[in-house]
Design a binder for this molecule. Sequence first.
Ligand code: SAM
Ligand code: DTB
Ligand code: SF4
Length: 348
Amino acid sequence: MSAVSPSPVPRHDWQREEILALFALPFTELVFQAATVHRQHFDPREVQVSTLLSVKTGGCPEDCSYCPQAARYHTGVDATKLMETDEVLAKARQAKAAGASRFCMGAAWRSPKDRDIPKVAEMIREVKALGMETCATLGMLSGHQADALKAAGLDYYNHNLDTAPEFYGEIIHTREFQDRLDTLSHVRDAGMKTCCGGIVGMGESREQRAGLLQALVSLPAHPDSVPINRLVQVPGTPLAGTAELDPFEFVRTIAVARILMPKSMVRLSAGREQMSDELQALCFTAGANSIFYGEKLLTTGNPDTERDMALFDRLGLVPMQVQVDAADHDRPGTVHATITDVPAAAVA
Ligand code: SAM
Ligand code: DTB
Ligand code: SF4
Protein backbone atom coordinates (compact mmCIF):
# COMPACT_ATOMS: atom_id res chain seq x y z
CA MET A 1 0.00 0.00 0.00
CA SER A 2 2.71 2.44 1.04
CA ALA A 3 4.09 4.26 -2.01
CA VAL A 4 6.84 5.83 0.09
CA SER A 5 7.91 4.75 3.56
CA PRO A 6 8.30 7.71 5.88
CA SER A 7 11.97 7.87 6.89
CA PRO A 8 12.88 7.88 10.60
CA VAL A 9 15.63 10.42 9.83
CA PRO A 10 14.43 13.90 8.79
CA ARG A 11 15.36 14.43 5.14
CA HIS A 12 15.95 17.56 3.08
CA ASP A 13 16.05 15.87 -0.31
CA TRP A 14 12.42 14.91 -0.90
CA GLN A 15 11.66 14.81 -4.60
CA ARG A 16 8.42 16.19 -6.03
CA GLU A 17 7.30 12.72 -7.22
CA GLU A 18 7.80 11.24 -3.75
CA ILE A 19 5.74 14.01 -2.19
CA LEU A 20 3.02 13.58 -4.80
CA ALA A 21 3.02 9.84 -4.11
CA LEU A 22 2.25 10.61 -0.45
CA PHE A 23 -0.58 12.95 -1.49
CA ALA A 24 -1.96 10.17 -3.71
CA LEU A 25 -2.16 7.55 -0.94
CA PRO A 26 -5.64 6.45 0.10
CA PHE A 27 -6.80 9.03 2.64
CA THR A 28 -6.92 6.68 5.62
CA GLU A 29 -3.48 5.25 4.81
CA LEU A 30 -1.95 8.73 4.54
CA VAL A 31 -3.49 9.84 7.83
CA PHE A 32 -2.33 6.61 9.49
CA GLN A 33 1.26 7.14 8.28
CA ALA A 34 1.23 10.76 9.44
CA ALA A 35 -0.22 9.81 12.83
CA THR A 36 2.49 7.16 13.19
CA VAL A 37 5.26 9.68 12.47
CA HIS A 38 3.60 12.17 14.85
CA ARG A 39 3.83 9.63 17.71
CA GLN A 40 7.52 9.04 17.07
CA HIS A 41 8.33 12.62 18.08
CA PHE A 42 5.42 14.06 20.06
CA ASP A 43 2.79 13.23 22.60
CA PRO A 44 -0.26 13.33 20.30
CA ARG A 45 -2.44 14.70 23.11
CA GLU A 46 -0.39 17.90 23.26
CA VAL A 47 -1.11 20.99 21.18
CA GLN A 48 1.04 24.11 21.37
CA VAL A 49 -1.01 27.27 21.87
CA SER A 50 0.03 30.68 20.50
CA THR A 51 -1.78 34.00 20.51
CA LEU A 52 -1.39 36.59 17.77
CA LEU A 53 -1.54 40.35 18.07
CA SER A 54 -1.37 42.81 15.21
CA VAL A 55 0.94 45.50 16.63
CA LYS A 56 0.81 47.53 13.40
CA THR A 57 -2.17 46.99 11.17
CA GLY A 58 -2.90 47.76 7.52
CA GLY A 59 -1.49 50.28 5.06
CA CYS A 60 1.06 47.79 3.73
CA PRO A 61 2.77 48.69 0.43
CA GLU A 62 3.00 45.04 -0.75
CA ASP A 63 0.50 43.39 -3.10
CA CYS A 64 0.07 39.89 -1.59
CA SER A 65 -3.20 38.86 -3.29
CA TYR A 66 -4.61 37.15 -0.22
CA CYS A 67 -3.97 39.92 2.28
CA PRO A 68 -6.55 42.29 3.74
CA GLN A 69 -3.74 44.56 5.01
CA ALA A 70 -2.38 45.61 1.61
CA ALA A 71 -3.13 49.33 1.23
CA ARG A 72 -4.04 48.91 -2.45
CA TYR A 73 -7.09 46.68 -1.76
CA HIS A 74 -10.33 48.07 -0.33
CA THR A 75 -10.99 45.69 2.53
CA GLY A 76 -12.16 48.05 5.26
CA VAL A 77 -8.97 47.50 7.31
CA ASP A 78 -7.81 50.87 8.65
CA ALA A 79 -4.10 51.56 8.90
CA THR A 80 -2.78 52.11 12.43
CA LYS A 81 0.53 53.20 13.94
CA LEU A 82 2.80 50.82 15.83
CA MET A 83 1.16 50.10 19.19
CA GLU A 84 2.64 51.31 22.47
CA THR A 85 4.49 48.73 24.53
CA ASP A 86 2.07 49.06 27.46
CA GLU A 87 -0.91 48.16 25.25
CA VAL A 88 0.96 45.17 23.83
CA LEU A 89 1.88 44.00 27.32
CA ALA A 90 -1.72 44.21 28.48
CA LYS A 91 -2.73 41.93 25.57
CA ALA A 92 0.13 39.53 26.31
CA ARG A 93 -0.91 39.28 29.96
CA GLN A 94 -4.48 38.48 28.88
CA ALA A 95 -3.22 35.83 26.44
CA LYS A 96 -1.07 34.26 29.14
CA ALA A 97 -3.95 34.23 31.61
CA ALA A 98 -6.12 32.54 28.97
CA GLY A 99 -3.50 29.78 28.56
CA ALA A 100 -1.30 30.82 25.62
CA SER A 101 2.38 29.99 25.97
CA ARG A 102 3.66 31.88 22.92
CA PHE A 103 2.86 35.44 21.93
CA CYS A 104 3.31 36.44 18.31
CA MET A 105 3.47 40.10 17.30
CA GLY A 106 2.66 40.88 13.66
CA ALA A 107 3.23 44.06 11.69
CA ALA A 108 1.92 44.93 8.23
CA TRP A 109 5.32 45.96 6.96
CA ARG A 110 7.25 45.06 3.83
CA SER A 111 10.21 45.23 6.22
CA PRO A 112 10.80 47.18 9.43
CA LYS A 113 12.69 50.46 9.24
CA ASP A 114 15.81 50.54 11.41
CA ARG A 115 14.16 53.23 13.53
CA ASP A 116 11.30 50.80 14.39
CA ILE A 117 13.61 48.16 15.82
CA PRO A 118 14.23 49.65 19.31
CA LYS A 119 10.50 49.88 20.00
CA VAL A 120 9.83 46.34 18.79
CA ALA A 121 12.83 45.15 20.82
CA GLU A 122 11.30 46.74 23.91
CA MET A 123 8.02 44.88 23.30
CA ILE A 124 9.89 41.61 22.91
CA ARG A 125 11.89 42.13 26.13
CA GLU A 126 8.77 42.94 28.12
CA VAL A 127 6.67 40.07 26.76
CA LYS A 128 9.53 37.67 27.38
CA ALA A 129 9.75 38.93 30.97
CA LEU A 130 6.17 37.69 31.46
CA GLY A 131 7.56 34.18 30.92
CA MET A 132 6.10 33.67 27.47
CA GLU A 133 7.82 32.49 24.31
CA THR A 134 8.10 35.37 21.85
CA CYS A 135 7.51 35.39 18.12
CA ALA A 136 7.38 38.23 15.62
CA THR A 137 6.41 38.59 11.98
CA LEU A 138 7.48 41.95 10.62
CA GLY A 139 8.32 41.28 6.97
CA MET A 140 11.78 41.06 5.43
CA LEU A 141 14.73 41.48 7.81
CA SER A 142 18.33 42.45 7.23
CA GLY A 143 21.06 40.57 9.08
CA HIS A 144 21.62 43.32 11.63
CA GLN A 145 17.87 43.67 12.29
CA ALA A 146 17.67 39.93 12.96
CA ASP A 147 20.62 40.18 15.34
CA ALA A 148 18.96 43.05 17.23
CA LEU A 149 15.69 41.11 17.63
CA LYS A 150 17.56 38.04 18.85
CA ALA A 151 19.45 40.20 21.36
CA ALA A 152 16.10 41.47 22.68
CA GLY A 153 15.07 37.88 23.39
CA LEU A 154 13.04 36.93 20.32
CA ASP A 155 12.59 33.15 20.19
CA TYR A 156 10.84 32.70 16.83
CA TYR A 157 10.56 34.69 13.64
CA ASN A 158 7.61 33.95 11.33
CA HIS A 159 8.27 34.45 7.65
CA ASN A 160 6.33 32.27 5.24
CA LEU A 161 7.27 30.99 1.80
CA ASP A 162 3.51 31.24 1.21
CA THR A 163 3.35 29.02 -1.89
CA ALA A 164 5.36 26.98 -4.37
CA PRO A 165 8.13 28.88 -6.18
CA GLU A 166 6.37 28.26 -9.52
CA PHE A 167 3.03 29.69 -8.30
CA TYR A 168 4.52 32.55 -6.29
CA GLY A 169 4.51 35.03 -9.21
CA GLU A 170 0.73 34.70 -9.52
CA ILE A 171 0.22 35.75 -5.90
CA ILE A 172 2.85 38.39 -5.07
CA HIS A 173 4.67 40.79 -7.39
CA THR A 174 6.34 43.23 -5.00
CA ARG A 175 9.05 40.89 -3.69
CA GLU A 176 10.72 37.73 -4.87
CA PHE A 177 10.69 34.21 -3.50
CA GLN A 178 14.47 34.57 -3.05
CA ASP A 179 13.90 37.59 -0.76
CA ARG A 180 12.01 35.26 1.57
CA LEU A 181 14.83 32.72 1.56
CA ASP A 182 17.31 35.52 2.34
CA THR A 183 15.29 36.71 5.36
CA LEU A 184 15.05 33.14 6.64
CA SER A 185 18.87 32.85 6.37
CA HIS A 186 19.31 36.00 8.43
CA VAL A 187 16.92 34.64 11.06
CA ARG A 188 18.77 31.31 11.28
CA ASP A 189 22.17 33.02 11.30
CA ALA A 190 21.04 35.20 14.21
CA GLY A 191 20.25 32.00 16.14
CA MET A 192 16.46 32.34 16.20
CA LYS A 193 13.99 29.57 15.54
CA THR A 194 12.10 29.77 12.28
CA CYS A 195 8.34 29.66 11.86
CA CYS A 196 7.72 29.19 8.17
CA GLY A 197 4.85 27.76 6.19
CA GLY A 198 2.33 28.87 3.65
CA ILE A 199 -1.25 29.19 2.49
CA VAL A 200 -3.35 26.64 0.64
CA GLY A 201 -6.66 27.19 -1.09
CA MET A 202 -5.36 30.03 -3.28
CA GLY A 203 -6.24 28.19 -6.50
CA GLU A 204 -2.96 26.28 -6.60
CA SER A 205 -2.79 22.71 -7.93
CA ARG A 206 -1.90 19.65 -5.84
CA GLU A 207 1.47 19.70 -7.58
CA GLN A 208 1.95 23.26 -6.32
CA ARG A 209 0.91 22.31 -2.79
CA ALA A 210 3.57 19.60 -3.01
CA GLY A 211 5.94 22.30 -4.33
CA LEU A 212 5.36 24.47 -1.25
CA LEU A 213 6.09 21.52 1.06
CA GLN A 214 9.14 20.58 -1.01
CA ALA A 215 10.49 24.14 -0.70
CA LEU A 216 9.95 24.06 3.09
CA VAL A 217 11.60 20.67 3.58
CA SER A 218 14.53 21.71 1.37
CA LEU A 219 15.46 24.67 3.59
CA PRO A 220 18.86 24.24 5.29
CA ALA A 221 16.98 23.49 8.53
CA HIS A 222 13.38 22.34 8.69
CA PRO A 223 11.35 25.22 10.15
CA ASP A 224 10.73 24.73 13.88
CA SER A 225 7.08 25.68 13.32
CA VAL A 226 5.22 25.18 10.06
CA PRO A 227 1.98 27.20 9.85
CA ILE A 228 -0.40 25.77 7.27
CA ASN A 229 -2.93 28.51 6.61
CA ARG A 230 -6.16 27.88 4.74
CA LEU A 231 -6.92 31.02 2.74
CA VAL A 232 -9.29 33.32 4.61
CA GLN A 233 -11.14 34.96 1.76
CA VAL A 234 -11.52 38.66 2.45
CA PRO A 235 -13.79 40.73 0.17
CA GLY A 236 -11.73 43.33 -1.69
CA THR A 237 -8.64 41.11 -2.06
CA PRO A 238 -7.92 39.63 -5.50
CA LEU A 239 -8.30 36.09 -4.13
CA ALA A 240 -11.82 36.62 -2.76
CA GLY A 241 -14.11 34.24 -4.64
CA THR A 242 -11.43 31.56 -5.23
CA ALA A 243 -12.93 28.05 -5.43
CA GLU A 244 -12.73 26.50 -1.98
CA LEU A 245 -10.22 23.70 -1.40
CA ASP A 246 -11.67 20.24 -0.71
CA PRO A 247 -11.39 19.82 3.10
CA PHE A 248 -9.88 16.34 2.66
CA GLU A 249 -7.17 17.84 0.47
CA PHE A 250 -6.44 20.28 3.29
CA VAL A 251 -6.05 17.36 5.72
CA ARG A 252 -3.80 15.61 3.19
CA THR A 253 -1.58 18.72 3.11
CA ILE A 254 -1.28 18.65 6.92
CA ALA A 255 -0.51 14.92 6.86
CA VAL A 256 2.19 15.26 4.21
CA ALA A 257 3.74 18.21 6.10
CA ARG A 258 3.87 16.03 9.23
CA ILE A 259 5.57 13.15 7.39
CA LEU A 260 8.11 15.43 5.67
CA MET A 261 8.94 17.50 8.77
CA PRO A 262 8.53 14.99 11.58
CA LYS A 263 10.10 17.08 14.35
CA SER A 264 8.47 20.41 13.47
CA MET A 265 5.36 21.82 15.08
CA VAL A 266 2.73 21.79 12.34
CA ARG A 267 0.34 24.64 13.00
CA LEU A 268 -3.29 24.48 11.98
CA SER A 269 -3.21 28.19 11.36
CA ALA A 270 -5.56 30.68 9.63
CA GLY A 271 -8.95 29.43 8.50
CA ARG A 272 -10.00 27.51 11.63
CA GLU A 273 -12.99 29.74 12.25
CA GLN A 274 -14.54 28.46 9.03
CA MET A 275 -13.71 24.80 9.81
CA SER A 276 -16.00 22.34 11.55
CA ASP A 277 -14.83 20.73 14.77
CA GLU A 278 -14.70 17.43 12.86
CA LEU A 279 -12.35 18.83 10.23
CA GLN A 280 -10.07 20.23 12.92
CA ALA A 281 -10.10 16.84 14.69
CA LEU A 282 -8.97 15.20 11.44
CA CYS A 283 -6.14 17.74 11.19
CA PHE A 284 -4.99 16.94 14.74
CA THR A 285 -5.21 13.24 13.90
CA ALA A 286 -3.05 13.87 10.82
CA GLY A 287 -0.33 15.46 12.96
CA ALA A 288 -1.19 19.13 13.43
CA ASN A 289 -0.03 20.05 16.93
CA SER A 290 -0.21 23.81 17.22
CA ILE A 291 -2.92 26.46 16.90
CA PHE A 292 -3.53 30.16 17.20
CA TYR A 293 -5.76 30.74 20.20
CA GLY A 294 -7.84 33.84 20.85
CA GLU A 295 -10.74 35.48 19.05
CA LYS A 296 -8.66 37.24 16.42
CA LEU A 297 -5.78 36.38 14.10
CA LEU A 298 -4.35 39.67 12.78
CA THR A 299 -7.42 41.27 11.23
CA THR A 300 -9.75 38.31 10.70
CA GLY A 301 -11.59 36.05 13.12
CA ASN A 302 -10.51 32.90 14.91
CA PRO A 303 -12.71 30.51 16.91
CA ASP A 304 -13.72 32.01 20.24
CA THR A 305 -11.85 30.66 23.23
CA GLU A 306 -14.91 28.84 24.63
CA ARG A 307 -15.24 26.88 21.41
CA ASP A 308 -11.54 25.93 21.50
CA MET A 309 -11.64 24.99 25.18
CA ALA A 310 -14.63 22.78 24.52
CA LEU A 311 -12.96 21.23 21.47
CA PHE A 312 -9.78 20.42 23.44
CA ASP A 313 -11.92 18.87 26.16
CA ARG A 314 -14.03 16.82 23.77
CA LEU A 315 -10.91 15.52 21.98
CA GLY A 316 -8.83 14.97 25.15
CA LEU A 317 -6.18 17.43 23.95
CA VAL A 318 -4.04 19.44 26.34
CA PRO A 319 -1.94 22.57 25.82
CA MET A 320 1.76 21.81 25.45
CA GLN A 321 3.91 22.86 28.37
CA VAL A 322 6.77 25.18 27.60
CA GLN A 323 10.15 25.01 29.22
CA VAL A 324 11.52 28.51 29.62
CA ASP A 325 15.29 28.25 29.40
CA ALA A 326 16.83 29.98 32.44
CA ALA A 327 20.05 30.73 30.54
CA ASP A 328 18.03 32.53 27.93
CA HIS A 329 15.72 34.33 30.23
CA ASP A 330 15.88 36.63 33.22
CA ARG A 331 12.94 34.92 34.93
CA PRO A 332 13.85 31.25 35.23
CA GLY A 333 11.19 28.64 35.56
CA THR A 334 8.74 26.50 33.75
CA VAL A 335 5.58 27.84 32.25
CA HIS A 336 2.69 25.47 32.47
CA ALA A 337 0.29 26.53 29.77
CA THR A 338 -3.25 25.65 30.66
CA ILE A 339 -6.27 26.59 28.72
CA THR A 340 -8.44 28.02 31.49
CA ASP A 341 -10.74 25.43 33.03
CA VAL A 342 -13.46 24.26 30.73
CA PRO A 343 -16.84 24.45 32.42
CA ALA A 344 -18.32 20.94 32.34
CA ALA A 345 -21.55 22.40 31.01
CA ALA A 346 -19.75 23.66 27.92
CA VAL A 347 -18.90 20.14 26.86
CA ALA A 348 -21.84 18.19 28.22
N1 SAM B 1 3.89 41.59 6.71
C1 SAM B 1 4.59 40.46 7.18
C2 SAM B 1 4.83 39.42 6.12
O1 SAM B 1 4.15 39.42 5.10
O2 SAM B 1 5.72 38.58 6.32
C3 SAM B 1 3.95 39.79 8.38
C4 SAM B 1 2.44 39.62 8.45
S1 SAM B 1 1.70 38.62 7.18
C5 SAM B 1 0.01 38.99 7.46
C6 SAM B 1 1.96 36.96 7.74
C7 SAM B 1 1.36 35.84 6.95
O3 SAM B 1 -0.03 35.77 7.15
C8 SAM B 1 1.49 35.85 5.45
O4 SAM B 1 2.76 35.46 4.99
C9 SAM B 1 0.44 34.85 5.03
O5 SAM B 1 0.98 33.55 4.96
C10 SAM B 1 -0.58 34.93 6.17
N2 SAM B 1 -1.86 35.50 5.70
C11 SAM B 1 -2.12 36.79 5.43
N3 SAM B 1 -3.38 36.95 5.00
C12 SAM B 1 -3.95 35.70 4.98
C13 SAM B 1 -5.22 35.23 4.59
N4 SAM B 1 -6.17 36.02 4.13
N5 SAM B 1 -5.46 33.89 4.71
C14 SAM B 1 -4.49 33.07 5.17
N6 SAM B 1 -3.25 33.49 5.54
C15 SAM B 1 -2.98 34.79 5.42
C1 DTB C 1 0.82 32.73 9.78
O1 DTB C 1 1.32 31.87 9.04
N1 DTB C 1 -0.48 32.96 9.89
C2 DTB C 1 -0.73 34.06 10.80
C3 DTB C 1 0.68 34.37 11.35
N2 DTB C 1 1.52 33.55 10.55
C4 DTB C 1 1.16 35.74 11.41
C5 DTB C 1 -1.44 35.19 10.16
C6 DTB C 1 -2.77 34.81 9.56
C7 DTB C 1 -3.42 36.04 9.07
C8 DTB C 1 -4.81 35.79 8.56
C9 DTB C 1 -5.42 37.03 8.02
C10 DTB C 1 -5.63 38.14 9.02
O2 DTB C 1 -6.11 37.89 10.13
O3 DTB C 1 -5.34 39.30 8.68
FE1 SF4 D 1 1.90 43.28 3.69
FE2 SF4 D 1 2.49 40.99 4.95
FE3 SF4 D 1 -0.01 41.48 4.03
FE4 SF4 D 1 1.94 41.01 2.28
S1 SF4 D 1 1.17 39.58 3.84
S2 SF4 D 1 0.40 42.66 2.15
S3 SF4 D 1 3.67 41.98 3.31
S4 SF4 D 1 1.05 42.57 5.65
